[in-house]
Design a protein around this ligand. Sequence first.
Ligand code: ADP
Ligand code: ZN
Length: 750
Amino acid sequence: MLYAQVVLPLAQPMYTFSLDEGLGVQVGDAVVVQFGSSRYYTGIVWSISDQRPDFPRIKPILLRPYSSPLLTEAMQRLWEWIADYYMCTLGEVMRMALPSLTKPSASSLSELNERSIEPPTERYIALAEELRSEEALLEYNKRYCRRAPRRTELLDAIALAIKEQGGADGFIPRRLLNIETQHLLSLRKSNLIIEERRLVEHNSTTSHFLRPTLSEAQSEALNKIYEAHSQQRVALLHGVTGSGKTEIYIHLIADALTQGRDVLLLVPEIVITSQLVERLEQIFEGHITTYHSQLTALRRGQTFLRLTTSTGGELIVGVRSSIFLPMHSTGLIIVDEEHDINYKQSDVAPRYNARDCAVIMGRIYGANVVLGSATPSLESYVNGQTGKYAYVELTERWGEGVLPEVVVSDTIRAVKRGERKTHFNLDLLNDIARTLSAGDQAILFQNRRGYSPYIQCRTCGYSPRCPHCNVTLTQHKKTSRMECHYCGYTMPIPSVCPNCNIQDMGLMGFGTERAAEEISRLFPEARVERLDGDTSTSESAFKRIVHRFENHEADILVGTQIVTKGFDFGGVSTVGILNADNLLSTPDFRASERAFQLMMQVAGRAGRRNDRGRVIIQTSQPKHPVIQQVASGDYRAMALTELNERKAFCYPPYSHLTRILIRHTDYNTLHRAAHALGDTLRQKFGSRIMGPVSSSLEMLRGEHRAEILLKIEAGASMQRARTLLRQALDNYDTKNEYKGIKIDVDVDCW
Ligand code: ADP
Ligand code: ZN
């Protein structure tokens, strides 16, 4: 008898099940087991041994639902690294890593079977056995060319297609035949062709890819990347917006695919990347698979299963969770916009950063790694400067493109001089007017959606707050409701103050909804579109707005940070940053870095094809160093200033920060528990422990929240710190005194 250690999709350690050799189960396979008295789970076989463990009763593995393992050995090593580094169980990694339909659980086997899916298949066509030789087909056609000329034409066409594109077995995927279904059906009825369903395969034949011609600067950068990869080093590609990083990626991808190896291209968000995907599709058609949360659950599950049997030569373009997709002989991993906050999963375990995982995967999978950005994270920048990564720079836009001119517009001065209408300084309005009369387009960026971020009683100062999260509610005009942007709670907009009953509620600040309304009023002839979480609730809605703007069916695009990323719109000559103060004032050690990145990204949308674009930043702090650094486009200055601060206060990249979030519905229990944990941790870590303090979100969805920060300076052993932390948390009693306390650990938190 054999025994298998199985990972179940639970926050639990592994369990052992007995294994009937007849099932042919291997390590990495999905298996169905019964766990608990009435629950059936799909788990993953982690290891197999012939040693019977010391338990009285061992349940058997019941089923092996897929004929190929879901995990390769390299994927196992990745899961293990993630579980260890981000301090969670393999079960929690599994929950995240496998699409839901590939790992059904249910209260009975039949229910579980109903929920399971199969790898995707497609139709293959071959000529009937008797017609496969050229002579036989010729003979047949000669005989029937009078009576059924159409039919013989079809057979000839199929024979030709099979000869050119079909497999050695005489079959060809149906989709490659340019023949109407009804014709194929009639050929099949006459037994002239046969049809089979087979697993979907990608175009694994290595094709010739059309590579763009690179500029001199781009070729030089590419060569530096080759050199880095020949030394097994990660390459950090720091290229200004519009420098053509994509073109360099295309060369690298083509190299790897030509060798039959897999490529993973990570992007921060998929819908935002639709332009990039379209560009890649032109070149890598038939090799490209996209993966993101907007796909249906079925599609995600089938994509995963299809990749388990792939033979290589796949280009996967996807969001952070794509690091978990099955890959075989991975040649290249690219992380585009590597600084992006979306690479970090913060809300549920594993709280991983896909960018950092990509670097680890490079080692585990033996793949080359490229991190690309116009504004690299300071972590990566330091790695580039110290030589841990190869630092590759592109300082100019491709072709005739020049970087936009940045104008800082002082809001306080504008108000004093009467040069401000609603939320727009005249500097910006004049520029928009000029842009519109030249037939160009403008993008206006405001970091908040909704109409007004909060409303306040002008008499007593009261602002309605979310009863579950204790944050101010945002007013939305379209729905006529106040909305919590954390939990979705809504309530009607009060006309009188709920506190003092006086009818004097005022709208404070402005979001994209209000900005769009006001700009429409100021430029009634302009066509205004809005792009934010409220207008792009689906991929198609998003694409409609983007296409309208792309086709110049809109003149002004108002949006949240969605508009800052990746877009390559030709006609934009003005970009307005409506309130930079918002960005500078977040209480977070990364605030300056993020504000710089955001503003540089949105600035990068201007003047990509026509003459010099202009970026106008409205701010009440025109002298703020970050504003000045954005104005001069000086990444290095920002990095130097910031890194000095980070060093002085021992923040990342000079340390690793781990946040221990403590939650409870009762404020007093939370308070006591957090302090007790703080004391325990302080005994182990001394002054490396900070807090507990209330979280920046003191309350969320009805739970009070406190947090403790653990700061481990660079150079000290994170491994040891994790071990100590794990011990402390394991010993911490969440059963009796602190019943109901929940603790989340976020390693390398944001
Ligand atoms: P980045 O990603 O660095 O911001 P892109 O890759 O989007 O820049 O390139 C900006 C624009 O310049 C795109 O429209 C792209 O097609 C064009 N471009 C860049 N390099 C080349 C090249 N070598 N040949 C043709 N077009 C290029
Ligand atoms: Zn809420």
